[in-house]
Design a binder for this molecule. Sequence first.
Ligand code: ATP
Length: 496
Amino acid sequence: MRDTRIEVTSNSPARAVGRWMVRHPRSVSTAAVITPAVVLVGYQAMLMTAGVAVLAGASWRVLDAPTFDRFAGRLLRAWWRRWAVYHRQWLRILVACNLTTSDHRGAVLVPKLRRVRSTWAWDTLFIDLAKGQQPEDVGGVLDRIANSFRARSASLRVLKPGRVAVDLQRREPFDEMPIPLAGLSDSTEVERLRRVVVGRDEYGRDFALDLLKRDLHVLLAGETGAGKGSWLWGLLRSLAPLIRAGVVRVWVIDPKGGMEFGAGREMFHRFATDDRTGLAVMREYTTVLDARKTELGNQGVRTAEPSAETPIELLICDELAAMTAYTTTKSDKAEFETLLSKALTQYRAVGGRIVAATQEPTKDVVPMRGLFPTKIALRLAQSSYVDMCLGEGVRDLGAFADKIPDYMPGVAYAKQDGRREALRVRAAFTADADIAELVEFTTSGGAVVPIRRPIGDDAIAPARDGWADTDFEELEDDEVEEIAYFDGEDEEEESA
Ligand SMILES: Nc1ncnc2c1ncn2[C@@H]1O[C@H](COP(=O)(O)OP(=O)(O)OP(=O)(O)O)[C@@H](O)[C@H]1O
């Protein structure tokens, strides 16, 4: 990299070359490899090899832009933008932004651009401050820097004394991209669980969760209005045919009085609207899955195939804080956390899946966050929440969930196990009419037994109607059993 400091002392050519070589180890080592290769095989062979490599790279880019970008594109782009954009204009722009100082001899000192990292939407400039400067000097001219480099926005991070990172947002892929809702298909193939489409990623591809293998449990974090609802409803919509067929049973804890999921209560297997009934649902969930674990264990089955007999038991907990941090008693909180941790660790093979949402992904609220293999960070209130949700260092790799603008609900960074970086994605928006359509669809097949039935339906005993409001604490154990195992079979017996 060219030395951008303007100094009064002059360098001898040999010293300057030596310093340049020390500062550019990659260029020097590339030259050290290429030069002997040219001597050995000749420049024509080298040119042909380079041509083939460029052709292969271009084809890869055309055929699969996201994987190309992940493994090669971002490195090439960072290299190219560093030289062609940032380094070329560095001195000019920093002088124009008043970001230079001088030393005791009058030499002008300019902050040094050490490295550039690039993602599809963001560039990060790693900068060593000049002597006499403080991070606030850069922070004060961020808008000017953004405008000078034609970026949409800029933000500052202090990495260590004397070093800062400036994140420049180059593009917003979701400005123009329509995100269609998944269609309500009739296909009930279990393989659908491998590809539960919820939205689109920044490359325009469908973004899907794999509930069979990779995305067993999902943690969603986002401040109020960030669009957690569209993720959760999008997931349910994509699972609709399997819910209708009884291959997926949905247990919902919506401790905010059922405000988010109340409209869908007819399609749920269990539905709790406060922390006490939420705990009862959690207890029942673990009891059912423990029993299944024992039963399948006795039969020597190691992994249950999802079916109407051994359905995927999907537990959705909206606003986890109400169950783990703001519950009425400490013992309820401790019990819920123990049951949740147990569910996250023990029920993979017997079909237990958990999706939990929270506004604050702090240790108090989600002490077991490491047990969620997939984490999704929507707009977050604080930058520190990003790593709390996605994992240590993920924000530094470009997951700026705290920078997602208010006007883009549903946009998030998804971090799945096995990937270092998070992917920027947006869920499709589910309007009230779509929820009504979904409920109608899932409850029309017969496998889902509605929690509430129209008035006058004798099939359901009054005690079961509105069971979610039942105070479980005051019931004897055998009464809880009776309510908990109310299903299609019981109903038939009863009608007969
Ligand atoms: N994917 C989306 N695309 C476009 N708009 C959306 C999307 N998701 C949500 N919205 C809009 O944002 C609003 C808030 O979304 P939502 O209720 O899902 O947020 P939330 O994170 O669940 O908030 P809270 O925690 O307060 O319940 C919605 O009413 C809707 O107008």
